[in-house]
Design a protein around this ligand. Structure first.
Ligand code: ADP
Ligand code: MG
Length: 251
């Protein structure tokens, strides 16, 4: 008989009963979700439904008012958690990149490796350059954000997460601010990461991308999960009225 110590059976991220209040507004009303290891989970829902707030609770950029988040089986919604380390373990890519404008691409990626991962400077630079190479930016290491296109800046942001060797990466509408011709270069990088087994949680309205890359869809409405399931089942045979309305509105 073996003792159950097989980590691969533990979800990478698990949220239990997440509530969030902003003042008098009850924005998340008890969300449970399981993000399996090595899979892509997509969050769908109308504007204001609570998708971003929920995503941000997963690495405590937003503090849940109630409920628990477990990463790799460990509760991280308690006082002992080192939130800087948590945010390195669970990276986040935002719609508007959030790069430091006065730092080069390489410096933007190197920063967290030195200050959060405690890597010596030269090792950090090598790891940062390698991460930028993975997103196709090996020739742009010394450029400032303003010298890069939107698609390139977003790939720097992905490299910055990637360099930290995260357990998962959260993406909040990573292509919504991009000109149409740059959307595909970012989605291509995300698709490659998914293929390589990165655990990802994605908010995106790129339905073609989700159809190919997402393993499961979670539909949020009014701060609650109204439907969840394998991507093709939810897209092709939505069970909930709100899912059907949402899908017909965006397609
Ligand atoms: P979504 O990403 O699905 O569009 P959000 O999670 O951004 O939705 O927002 C859900 C609700 O919470 C909205 O009504 C929004 O205005 C409100 N909200 C989000 N962040 C804050 C905040 N920091 N302070 C007050 N209200 C907020
Ligand atoms: Mg949002």
């Amino acid at each position: 008989m073996t003792i159950a110590a097989d980590k691969t059976s533990v979800p990478m991220i698990e949220a239990r009963g997440i509530h969030k209040h902003f003042g008098g507004m009850h924005v998340l009303r008890g969300i449970d979700a399981v993000v399996p290891r090595g899979k892509v989970t997509a969050l769908m829902g109308g504007s204001g439904s609570g998708k971003s707030t929920f995503l941000r609770c997963l690495n405590r950029i937003e503090e849940p008012s109630e409920g628990e988040v477990l990463i790799d089986g460990t509760v991280i919604t308690d006082l002992r958690t080192d939130v800087n380390r948590l945010r390195a373990d669970i990276g986040m890519v935002f719609q508007d990149y959030n790069l430091f404008p006065h730092m080069t691409a390489l410096e933007n990626v190197t920063l967290g490796l030195i200050h959060v991962r405690n890597k010596p400077r030269s090792e950090a630079r090598d790891a940062a350059a390698a991460a930028l190479g993975r997103v196709g930016l090996a020739d742009h290491l010394e450029k400032l954000p303003q010298q890069l296109s939107g698609g390139q800046q977003q790939r720097v942001a992905i490299a910055r997460s990637l360099a930290m060797r995260p357990k998962a990466i959260l993406f909040d509408e990573p292509t919504s601010a991009l000109d149409p011709e740059m959307v595909h270069e970012v989605l291509d990088v995300m698709r490659t990461l998914a293929t390589e087994g990165m655990t990802m949680v994605v908010i995106s309205h790129e339905m073609g991308f989700l159809r190919k890359v997402a393993d499961q869809l979670i539909m949020i409405d009014g701060g609650l999960v109204v439907e969840r399931g394998p991507t093709l089942r939810v897209l092709d045979a939505p069970e909930h009225k709100r899912t059907r309305e949402f899908l017909s509105a965006i397609q």
